[in-house]
Design a binder for this molecule. Sequence first.
Ligand SMILES: [Zn+2]
Length: 267
Amino acid sequence: MNDTNINKCKTNSCCFLFNKRNIILKEHENCLEFLTTSEAEKYGIGNEMIYIGKVDGIDYYAAHILTKDKIQGHFLKGLEEIYGDVDEDVYFLTLRALHFINWLNKTKYCSCCGEKVKIEPKKTCIECSNCGNVMYSFINPCIIVAVLKEDKILLARSSHFTPNMYSLISGFVEAGEYIETSVEREVKEEVGIEIKNIKYIGSHPWPFSNSLMFGFIAEYSSGEITIDNDEIEDANWYSLDDLPNVPAYKLSFARKIIEYIIKIKKE
Ligand SMILES: [Zn+2]
């Protein structure tokens, strides 16, 4: 079976049905397809379907099931696996869908009065029927920064990375903190150096940790690399011509930033 492409939905109502972080796809005419909403309903999801958005006249919904059983005739794919197999607009909706599914799985009760809650179809917030409290999905802002020192880039590895993998400095923005301040703080905390000329270059939703990533480029200012030995286990300056293993995953924001820097340095 050709599993490198996913057919466009042939109905006007499709469902991204998740099993944990994987999406359930059906095989049809030697290709993969998203389930229709009526097919998804067969899994007993009832009113648990949430509206995600519309692309090219097709309404997309999302739902979640928990099963360890093999699903006959269907395939489970991680969102990272299907990147490039669907239109960018539809792929964006799958990321949005996973974000909402993560949130809904952690939001079973009202945070004010404790009443059991459920989301209304076509709404992306939950209003408690008991006390009227309205809950919206949470997003964790975080920063990622490429620090440059002449023609070298700062790369570091965390102990939870796969072996020999290096990436950019990143971290969560703390409450009450400016995003730019968090860039300086994370670099100082993790590798002990000062940076300057911090420039924002773009953002990237990252539903795997319910994050919205803010990307930056900065220049080295002063100090010697001193790793914190907590989050970071190694860090160094690397020539852009001789990088260690960096994320190969096409969706990785770190990868995109590194490729962007290589491109502008060549211009
Ligand atoms: Zn309530």
